[in-house]
Every structure is written in structure tokens, then in C-alpha cells.
Design a protein around this ligand. Structure first.
Ligand SMILES: Cc1cc2nc3c(=O)[nH]c(=O)nc-3n(C[C@H](O)[C@H](O)[C@H](O)COP(=O)(O)OP(=O)(O)OC[C@H]3O[C@@H](n4cnc5c(N)ncnc54)[C@H](O)[C@@H]3O)c2cc1C
Length: 247
């Protein structure tokens, strides 16, 4: 627990607006999630994997495995992992699976930092329900959650209401780039699906990581890889069984 003075000692450049704070000591943050994901792709390639970017149109059982129809070709595979985040349910529908996936949308915008008044770590303003985070592109200000259809038109009301609050805590300049919107893929119990599809051999499901998939995605991948290889996953996957929602 931090009092006003302790907050100022850690974050000397924020206006002393907070009388109490909580320092999370066992978390981490990155200033370029895209950079991290690119590094994962390089790691895969360095380990002998191939990265191919293409739109998957359909997956269908074929012989002992699967035929993956792409916008620009086709792939035959023994195993297929569906890991399309908020788009996963759509690809599974033609196979008869109705996945109860909801979308928790969120927005952010970056602002030019004042070099003399830098933010040193992510700050969550619990009362205002927003975060400010130092990123490669500048200070990122985030909205709260918006519950709606995945592709519904953007509604910037939440973001517009929190930006002035953020400005009242730390000085920053003009907006950089466009406002961003994303959709978190969330199942009713907020746990992901990690495991085999109930009715199809060689079909694996790895999605539904909701708010924390940047953090938990690598663990999801490691568990699925172990299951495909017939090894014991690195953690107990019972709670993530796809069978809890689809048959
Ligand atoms: C506003 C917001 C803030 C977040 N903040 C955090 C955070 O602070 N920490 C954290 O850990 N997580 C955070 N998350 C959650 C995290 O981003 C997701 O849980 C994570 O991205 C899920 O990873 P994924 O690989 O399963 O899916 P995604 O990252 O959504 O990747 C799915 C990919 O599949 C592609 N795709 C879809 N359909 C097709 C198709 N037919 N053919 C080919 N490709 C296709 C998409 O283009 C996409 O690249 C946040 C999410 C949002 C929206």
C-alpha cells in the first residue's frame, strides 16, 4: 500500500492526485506487444517452423487429417489448432460447434509524452476506470470494457470521457495516430478453451483468453503443443476443457 508521498517517490511526474495506491510487484509490462509477437514468430522460424500469412476460409476433415482452405491455396495437415481469438467461433460453426463466445471490446489512444514529465510505469486509476501506460508510441490511455457485437461500429464515448481525466494526472501532448479498438474473446466462465474438439480427431481449440491473452497465450500454446505430442501439459488443463460448452 502506498500513501501520497510514496506514490510521488515512485512516480515523481504525476500530479499528486491520489491519496492511496497499490503497487503490484509481481506483474510486468511491455512497451511494444507487436514487437514481442514478432519475436515469437522469429523464434518459431529459428526452430524450423514456417510462418505463412493467409486468410483461412474453411477447415474440413480429410482422410486422417484436415484440409485447410486458404484465400490463396490449401494446406493438408494432420492436426489443426484453431487459435483465432474472437474469430474462432465462426470457423467452427460449419463443423456443428456453437461456441458461446462473447466480445469485451476496448479502445485506446496514444499521446505525445512530455519528456520532462515522463510516466515510469502503467497506472490504473481504479475510480476513473482507465489505464495510462508508457508505450513505444507514446502514453497510451485506455477505455473500460464495452459489451457489444464484435464488429459493431466504434463508440468512442468511454475513451473521450477518460482522456481529460488522464490529462489531469499526467501532462501529455497531442494524440498520435488513430484511436484503436480491439475485441477480447470471452467465454461465460472467463476461462479459455484449451484442448481437443469433442467430435473431431486432430482438431484443437486454443482461444478465449479474454483480457489476459497476451500474457496467457504462450502458456496456451505450450499446453496445446504438449497435448498434440501426447505429452503431459505444463499445467492442469481440466478447467479449460472445450467439452464444458460444446459437444
Ligand atoms: C483493449 C484490449 C486490451 C488488452 N489488454 C491486455 C493486456 O493488458 N494484457 C494481456 O495479457 N492481454 C490483453 N488483451 C487480451 C489479448 O489481446 C487477447 O486475449 C489475445 O490477443 C488473444 O490472443 P489470440 O492469439 O488468441 O488471438 P488474437 O490475438 O486475436 O489473434 C487472432 C489472429 O487470428 C487472425 N484471424 C482471424 N480470422 C482469421 C482467418 N479466417 N484466417 C486467418 N487469420 C485469421 C486475426 O487477424 C488475428 O491476428 C487485451 C485485449 C484488448 C482488446
Amino acid at each position: 500500500m502506498l500513501d501520497r508521498q510514496a506514490i510521488s517517490a515512485l512516480e515523481p511526474n504525476i500530479i499528486p492526485a491520489y491519496s492511496v495506491g497499490l503497487l503490484h510487484t509481481q506483474t510486468a509490462s511491455v512497451d511494444s506487444p507487436g514487437g514481442v509477437v514478432k519475436a515469437y514468430a522469429q523464434l518459431l522460424a529459428a526452430g524450423g517452423g514456417t510462418v505463412r500469412q493467409s486468410e483461412v476460409r474453411r477447415i474440413a476433415p480429410q482422410g486422417d487429417g484436415w484440409r485447410v482452405q486458404l484465400a490463396d491455396g490449401e494446406i493438408a495437415a494432420r492436426h489443426v489448432v484453431v487459435a483465432l481469438g474472437p474469430w474462432s467461433a465462426e470457423l467452427l460453426r460449419p463443423l456443428g460447434y456453437r461456441v458461446p463466445l462473447a466480445f469485451e471490446r476496448g479502445y485506446h489512444q496514444h499521446f505525445v509524452p512530455n519528456p520532462a514529465r515522463k510516466l515510469l510505469r502503467p497506472i490504473h486509476d481504479a475510480e476513473g476506470s482507465f489505464l495510462m501506460t508508457p508505450m513505444e508510441q507514446g502514453i497510451r490511455v485506455t477505455s473500460g470494457v464495452e459489451l457489444t457485437a464484435r464488429d459493431a461500429p466504434s463508440n468512442y464515448a468511454q475513451l473521450e470521457s477518460v482522456v481529460p481525466m488522464a490529462r489531469s494526472v499526467v501532462e501529455f501532448g497531442d494524440a498520435v495516430g488513430e484511436r484503436w479498438r480491439g475485441a477480447r474473446p470471452t467465454l461465460p466462465d472467463s476461462l479459455p478453451m484449451i484442448g481437443a474438439a469433442p467430435r473431431h480427431r486432430g482438431l484443437w481449440l486454443a482461444f478465449g483468453n479474454q483480457h489476459i491473452g497476451f500474457t496467457t497465450g504462450p502458456g496456451t500454446g505450450a499446453a496445446i503443443a504438449a497435448m498434440i505430442a501426447g505429452d503431459t501439459p505444463p499445467f492442469d488443463v481440466t478447467a479449460f476443457s472445450p467439452g464444458r460448452y460444446i459437444a
